[in-house]
Design a protein around this ligand. Sequence first.
Ligand SMILES: Cc1cc2nc3c(=O)[nH]c(=O)nc-3n(C[C@H](O)[C@H](O)[C@H](O)COP(=O)(O)OP(=O)(O)OC[C@H]3O[C@@H](n4cnc5c(N)ncnc54)[C@H](O)[C@@H]3O)c2cc1C
Length: 455
Amino acid sequence: MGRQSASTPWQNWARTAHATPRSVAHPRDLGELVATVRGATRAGLRVRAVGGGHSFTPAAVTDGVHLVLDSLDALERVEPRPDGTTHVTVGAGIRLRALNALLAEQGLAMRNLGDIDKQSIAGAVSTGTHGTGSRLGGLATQVVGARVVLADGEVVETSPTQRPELFEVARLGLGSVGVLAALTLEVVPAFRLEAREEPWPLDAVLERLHGPDGLVDGNDHFEFYWFPHTRRALTKRNNRVADDDVRPLNPVRSWIDDELLSNAVFALTNRIATLVPPATAGINAVSSRALSARRYTAPSAEVFVSPRRVRFREMEYAVPREHIVDVLAEVDAWIESSGERLPFPVEVRFAAADDLWLSTAHGRATAYLAVHQYVQLPYTRYFSAVERIVAQVGGRPHWGKLHWLGAEELAGVYPRFGDAQRVRAAADPTGVFTNAYLDHVLGRVPQDEQAPRAA
Ligand SMILES: Cc1cc2nc3c(=O)[nH]c(=O)nc-3n(C[C@H](O)[C@H](O)[C@H](O)COP(=O)(O)OP(=O)(O)OC[C@H]3O[C@@H](n4cnc5c(N)ncnc54)[C@H](O)[C@@H]3O)c2cc1C
């Protein structure tokens, strides 16, 4: 069954979720994983896999067996496709940093990524992790096959054509139908991006956001950070360039921007804002100008990913793209009337509509609004106010970030939510893979051994 250790207290990166599992298992291969799951089910224990622990919610918490799949990190198969893409099968426990390196060795890359690489691929896709780009979907849209270990130890290969309904919930469903042992990803030839980062007046960003040549559709990847208490934003435009367009960032400049200003000085400004809240607006005004414009090219993964050393809490909501300007205006008005002092910028990103059942971008072109709070400051009042604002436009919370919605409300914003519940009940009728959080957001498993098998 691989290395098993007795109960070790666990907490997530954000210190918002804690667990004391009965045991922690480190299976070294598929056989050991199957034996561990089967043994736990026979013993009547619950099972949760944990990746990088970078979700802000208790999604990975268990009182039973915690599965650490760091050893399931191998490259299994590379299959070039006639359309120029490549299907790559990897162990589901691989961290994104290792995955990006391994793909680069093969001359390949993920089409799009989020802004860090500490997560496991399984954890990232299970929570709908995404980057930005109005013609692109999140990481789970790049999954074309999933090997799942069910509660009885059965190993099932799923894809759009093999057990397609199980595949739907396996590739984005909080690990609620089973343990992901391997994933097949559709990746593309390695590419370089030109990063163009500039501080802008917020109003100029909002005016130029939409339209065919607007910031969102006129760039491969556009996002911006708005600094509350100011009308300033930091814009990021990342676009594909030719492979021989090599204009690297000066290493000293890179260190000043990415380590000193974005992490060390940012940690200090957050501490000052915590001790002297009235100073926050002034600090934000300085911060929004401190990062001066820069332009460089680099391999895609290096542009997407940034170090994040200042610990924070986060809530992120997906809203129909056409509402983002109004939503921001309401959030701004609430902040100013509330007296809250917020040292962290608000991040806005974009994604194409997709058809994954539980994707936050299901069926609609999407804008993501992410609000953050420094780890030492309270976040509940701010985040719940933003949650009330986005509820008016059918907001859908990120599956890995903080929110207060339950299954009933989520069913109202996901047209295929009932299908996902049905497939989950069929795949895991006795709730081996559940916990209190999953019961809250996905609904309670009916505990019915006779539930029909998922297609
Ligand atoms: C600093 C920071 C930056 C972030 N940036 C982004 C971003 O740019 N974009 C974005 O969308 N999100 C972002 N996130 C959120 C993050 O990508 C997700 O929360 C993601 O799930 C974390 O992956 P993980 O490996 O840490 O998973 P965990 O948090 O460990 O687990 C997440 C879920 O996946 C399940 N799971 C893990 N492994 C398996 C498996 N093998 N089989 C079945 N289920 C499994 C767990 O049980 C749990 O339900 C960020 C989070 C942090 C803390």
